[in-house]
Design a protein around this ligand. Structure first.
Ligand code: NAD
Ligand code: UD1
Length: 341
């Protein structure tokens, strides 16, 4: 049987590498487009060790229109694109807004142009729970009103969703799915691929792992005076492998005839506070996390978690990996990368 080809932009990165594994395991042929600005080619070797298959790799910047044209022409037989390639550091986006707009929206617009020109029909886009801002009601459903984003990074997700919606209206041959991720954490259970943050991590999970490994002295817990049951911020932490599988389900759903723009929350439906996550990590790994309470971080949403029922009803997908397994996989990966340094 001829394998169907999927172009995965940003496929060398954290979510893209796990999704490539899921796609290859599901029988797709993957071509990765990445400029390696926040990843390295080691993730390809990890993918090969897990699946036995090396995805095709194109070293390319999605904002380079001429290069994108050349690559899409070469892969015009692809049936779909999963577009992960973006910069994602919220603080940096406040300092360098134009870098974020240019990279995240310029790249997306090139992808849409190429899909239109080469008649590639299916797009899956990485959006974020950040589009809900500070929600009035929890859990958030896909119909919860969007709020103005609190950072240029967040804006690129809100604007990206709108750009895709407008393009789908104008191009009847294109259908798209927007996946709004909650907080992806963990690593592949094999320990072969995982998250590799550059420098000091902004996100909680990699910081917890580095504090556990002694790479960082102490985790700062940002605020204990929120209006939540234990005073700490609440998030919906979803296993990276569950998240990856949702992309396969989303692609199959488009292939089965879904038209227009489809939107799905990808979360577990359960909120965990920062302190609950620290305690769960300690229990899952037996390692104590040195931590101290500090003031709130500007821009943090007090509490957000998903209603992910639509994904279950329509995609037949739901998060299944128990939190303790996710935390154990994150720790296994951290130990591996600490050793290899
Ligand atoms: P990541 O940084 O690990 O992966 C992104 C990949 O895209 C990297 O390999 C990077 O080198 C590549 N890239 C960036 N700009 C590029 C460009 N112009 N051309 C080619 N390649 C480029 O990040 P991730 O966590 O895997 O995130 C993937 C997507 O999911 C992003 O769009 C991100 O905004 C979105 N997202 C992530 C989270 C999260 O918590 N990780 C949450 C919500 C949404
Ligand atoms: C953040 C971004 C979001 C982005 C996502 C993925 C902000 C405001 N939001 O989400 O737009 O899509 O990352 O890149 O930056 N925490 C600590 N100590 C730490 C780090 C985090 O206490 O050292 C807390 C935070 O206050 C928060 C929780 O842990 O309550 C999760 O933080 P984080 O992992 O950064 O994710 P989000 O803020 O949800």
């Amino acid at each position: 049987m001829v394998q169907q080809k999927i172009i995965v932009t940003g496929g060398a990165g954290y979510i893209g590498s796990h999704t490539t594994v899921a796609l290859q395991n599901a029988g797709y042929r993957v071509v990765i487009l990445d400029n390696l600005s926040n990843s390295d080619k080691d993730s390809m070797d990890g993918i090969v060790r897990i699946t036995g298959v090396r995805p095709e790799f194109e070293h390319i910047d999605c904002t380079d229109r001429t290069a994108m044209h050349r690559i899409f022409e070469r892969h015009r037989d692809a049936i779909g694109v999963i577009h992960f390639a973006a910069l994602k550091a919220v603080g940096e986006s406040v300092e360098k807004p134009l870098l974020y707009y240019r990279n995240n929206l310029g790249g997306l617009m090139n992808v849409l142009d190429m899909m239109t020109e080469f008649k590639i029909p299916y797009l899956v886009f990485s959006s974020s729970a950040t589009v809900y801002g500070v929600p009035d009601k929890l859990p958030v459903t896909e119909d919860t009103p969007l709020q103005p984003a609190t950072s240029p990074y967040g804006q690129t997700k809100v604007m990206g969703e709108n750009i895709i919606a407008d393009t789908v209206v104008a191009n009847s041959g294109l259908s798209a799915t927007l996946l709004r991720y909650f907080n992806p954490i963990g690593a592949h259970p094999s320990g072969e691929i995982g998250e590799r943050p550059n420098g000091v991590p902004n996100n909680l999970m990699p910081y917890i792992c580095q504090a556990a490994a002694g790479v960082r002295e102490c985790l700062c817990v940002f605020g204990d005076d929120y209006d939540t049951p234990d005073g700490f911020c609440i998030r919906d932490y979803i296993d990276i492998n569950d998240l990856a599988n949702a992309h396969v389900a989303a692609m199959r759903h488009l292939q089965s005839g879904a038209t227009g723009v489809n939107v799905f929350n990808l979360g577990t439906g359960c909120g965990q506070s920062v302190m609950q996550l620290i305690r769960a990590f300690e229990k899952a790994t037996g390692v104590t996390i040195p931590h101290k309470i500090t003031s709130r971080r500007a821009g943090d949403v007090p509490a957000i978690y998903a209603n992910a029922c639509r994904a279950e009803q329509i995609l037949g997908w739901r998060a299944v990996v128990p939190l303790h397994e996710t935390l154990a996989s994150a720790w296994r990966w951290q130990q591996k990368i600490t050793k290899s340094k």
